[in-house]
Write a protein that binds this ligand. Structure first.
Ligand SMILES: [Zn+2]
Length: 253
């Protein structure tokens, strides 16, 4: 990766070179700077990057990065775009810094609204999947089937938390029709005066939720590892010829 990363003072180094031709004493660093500086232009004291398409991109320092990311992602004109769209939109409004893509990904990954929207999307997808299965099988109107589908999902343990959504809200499990069809112990020994027990369950529900959160985090970690195992890493190797890059692509199985 040597030569692909920009040092922290990259703006000063390039600006100084464009102004006075000053290069570092190290020969390979000086060579790299000469090549890199060709892609930049100085107007007054402001450094710009020549874009491959479109106008010049204004180079910004670390002090402006967070503001630009926040504003473009979730500010007055931000529609919470994903990391690639966020990076593209920042280029479109003509700003540049060397870790733009990486920082855009970080901004999206740490945006609370994006994370909870992601969870809502997963929940909606699950509801649609079950609705479709029910309607394909039984026909009828989705409006009539929806309450049953919601009950089905609320009383089924989720893979990530290993708990039912009903349990996480009320601290105990609801009685489902099958327990009436084939009498379960909970029906057989049902005590009409179990209000005290239910209150006790509610007192303990925070602990149940905390455990579910821990399990969910571990589950997400496992999903991430599985996903990363399937991606294709690419390594780039710089070769002597100006303007060309040799690209090695490895496939991991
Ligand atoms: Zn967001």
């Amino acid at each position: 990766m040597e030569g692909l990363t920009f040092p922290n003072d990259w703006q000063t180094t390039i600006t100084e070179f464009l102004k006075s031709g000053a290069t570092p004493s190290d020969r390979s660093e000086a060579h790299l700077l000469r090549r890199r500086a060709g892609r930049f232009v100085l107007i007054g004291d402001q450094l710009y990057k020549k874009a491959f398409s479109g106008p010049l991109l204004k180079c910004v320092g670390p002090e402006d990065v967070d503001y630009i990311l926040q504003e473009v992602h979730q500010g007055s004109c931000g529609g919470h775009p994903g990391d690639r769209s966020l990076a593209r939109k920042i280029l479109l409004v003509s700003y540049f810094w060397p870790t733009l893509q990486e920082d855009a990904a970080r901004a999206v990954a740490t945006c609370l609204s994006c994370q909870s929207n992601g969870q809502a999307e997963v929940a909606i997808r699950e509801i649609l999947r079950v609705l479709r299965a029910r309607l394909d099988h039984e026909g009828g109107s989705w409006v009539d089937v929806l309450p049953e589908v919601l009950w089905a999902l609320r009383t089924t343990p989720k893979e990530g938390t290993e708990a039912t959504p009903f349990h996480l809200v009320y601290g105990g499990e609801v009685i489902v029709p099958v327990e009436v069809g084939v009498e379960s112990d909970r029906i057989r020994v049902y005590d009409e005066n179990n209000a005290e027990l239910r209150h006790l369950e509610l007192d303990l529900v925070d602990e149940v939720r905390a455990k579910a959160t821990v399990r969910l985090m571990a589950y997400q970690q496992r999903m991430k590892q599985n996903y990363n195992r399937r991606i294709m890493p690419r390594s780039f190797q710089e070769v002597k010829t100006e303007g060309f890059c040799e690209i090695t692509v490895e496939r991991r199985r």
